[in-house]
Design a protein around this ligand. Structure first.
Ligand SMILES: NCc1[nH]cc(CCC(=O)O)c1CC(=O)O
Length: 321
């Protein structure tokens, strides 16, 4: 950075990110927003144990993508960490503040299928790549006779499995494709009626050290309160089910307009959730509407309904196959 462009007393915020194209793109939007708000910032790539591995996430452990970034933040190697929010464990980390949840992307899962097909057009026996137990269970439950095939790796390699003819389709987060400019390949955005997304899908978590009040203040300008509220509800549901980001649990919250008794429009939060048996033999669904200001309570209420329906046994059966 050339002398004179930046006040010598203004430190450059170091933003820690994973090195994948998706992670770099996401962190790049955060860097650009911080710079636009008047603070110099740069990206620092932090290598994580998950990056070199093609093993299913259930084997390498929950939070593998996010733990190394959080350690780098806690150590002071970086000042900010940008995560895909849905990859974060639900357990709080006292060393760290969630300083911003920026405006959220589309929450839905996306199908990328050969010949422009939607799910209902794929003939029985078609191969569909995805590793998330949540997606596997909900797609099996549709009863289409599709064959689910494990899938990992970066976005390019996932999409290449379809274009190469190796798989008939893959299911990935629409938000990821949007961020890396590959939305044109989506053949269907999956309706949450059929497939509920992962809690916090499409949202970013921007963190800093809990004692770093200056950075907390800078990052607060990036926060989008409606996005944060929807994620709070979904994550409260996930936490109350005592399930992690690889559990067969889906949830999506939306802020909707309702009418009060006097016919006036007001905003409420609607939350839908599901818990599934891994083999798709059962998908429990529940939903509720409540005040936006009470997002966590709404998440807990829908989780309680799912537990009442037997969600715990369903998921314990999954944990010990
Ligand atoms: N679990 C991996 C992961 N973490 C975040 C995204 C995409 C971005 C997002 O969902 O916010 C993906 C890929 C996928 O689910 O297809």
């Amino acid at each position: 950075m050339s002398a004179g462009t930046v006040d010598a007393h203004v430190a450059v915020l170091r933003i820690g990110t994973r090195g994948s194209v998706l992670a770099l793109t996401q962190a790049g939007t955060v860097r650009d927003a911080i710079i636009a708000a008047g603070t110099p910032a740069e990206l620092v790539v932090v290598h994580t144990a998950g990056d070199g591995s093609h093993a299913p996430v259930e084997q390498i452990g929950v939070g593998v993508f996010t733990a190394a970034l959080r350690e780098a933040l806690a150590r002071g190697d970086v000042d900010v960490a940008v995560h895909s929010y849905k990859d974060l464990p639900t357990a709080p980390d006292g060393r760290i503040t969630l300083a911003a949840v920026p405006v959220r992307e589309d929450t839905r899962d996306a199908l990328v299928a050969r010949d422009g097909m939607v799910l209902g057009e794929l003939p029985a026996g078609s191969t569909v790549g995805t590793s998330a137990p949540r997606r596997v269970a909900q797609i099996l439950a549709l009863g289409l006779g599709l064959v689910l095939v494990p899938l990992r790796g970066n976005i390019d390699s996932r999409l290449a499995r379809v274009s190469s003819g190796e798989l008939d389709a893959v299911v990935v987060a629409r938000a990821g494709l949007s961020r890396v400019g590959r939305l044109a390949e989506v053949t269907q955005a999956l309706d949450p009626i059929d497939v509920l997304p992962a809690p916090a899908q499409g949202a970013l978590a921007v963190e800093c050290r809990a004692d770093d009040l200056a950075t907390t203040a800078v990052l607060a300008t990036l926060d989008d309160p409606p996005s944060r509220a929807t994620v709070d509800a979904e994550r409260a549901l996930l936490a109350a089910l005592e399930a992690g980001c690889t559990a067969p649990v889906g949830a999506v919250a939306e802020i909707v307009e309702s009418l009060d008794d006097d016919g006036r429009v007001f905003e409420e939060m609607s939350l839908r959730g599901c818990a599934a048996a891994l083999d798709g033999s059962e998908v429990l669904r529940a939903s509720a509407v409540g005040p936006v200001s009470d997002a966590v309570a709404l998440g807990r209420a829908v989780a309680a309904e799912l537990l009442e329906m037997g969600a715990h046994d369903l998921m314990t059966a999954v944990a010990t196959p």
